[in-house]
Write a new protein. Structure first.
Length: 150
């Protein structure tokens, strides 16, 4: 039996910063991860609704409906990957999460405008996006998601 894994500085425990409280990280990191998982779940729900709509409602353009569903499904996979990456404390998560929040803010701005404006949807998209952006730049999240020094 080899016990070298317990004291090996290259083990996965060595990449977690020493100043990060607790085994699961800071509260900010846990909140960030929870928000990302909620956004991923919301995207999955949207994909299911779009699929049900394609199957049950007549579409003006079936090709456009399918294309929209595929694009939203790709977004759902992306947000799910970012959420799982945050759970695993991957360093690339900050960039992916920031890009996703900017996409959500752009969609929210569109929800406030036009003939079919839906301000409630706009606020539902902007509020968590701003919170996630703030969390991404807190020192505890930056430390927890920092690249390990070689």
């Amino acid at each position: 039996m080899n016990n070298s894994d317990e004291t090996d500085p290259t083990s996965s425990d060595a990449i977690i910063p020493a100043d990060t409280p607790g085994p699961k990280g800071s509260r900010a990191l846990r909140l960030l991860t929870a928000l990302l998982f909620m956004e991923a779940a919301a995207m999955i729900v949207v994909v299911v609704v779009l699929i049900v709509d394609i199957l049950t409602l007549p579409a003006a353009s079936l090709a456009s409906a399918i294309a929209l569903t595929v694009i939203v499904a790709i977004g759902a996979v992306f947000v799910s990957a970012v959420a799982i990456g945050a759970l695993r404390r991957q360093s690339w998560v900050r960039g992916g999460a920031l890009i996703w929040q900017l996409v959500q803010i752009a969609i929210a701005i569109g929800a406030f405008q036009g003939t079919f404006a839906q301000p409630a949807i706009g606020w539902a998209l902007i509020a968590p996006s701003v919170l996630v952006i703030v969390l991404l730049f807190t020192s505890s999240v930056m430390a927890a998601l920092a690249r390990p020094q070689a």
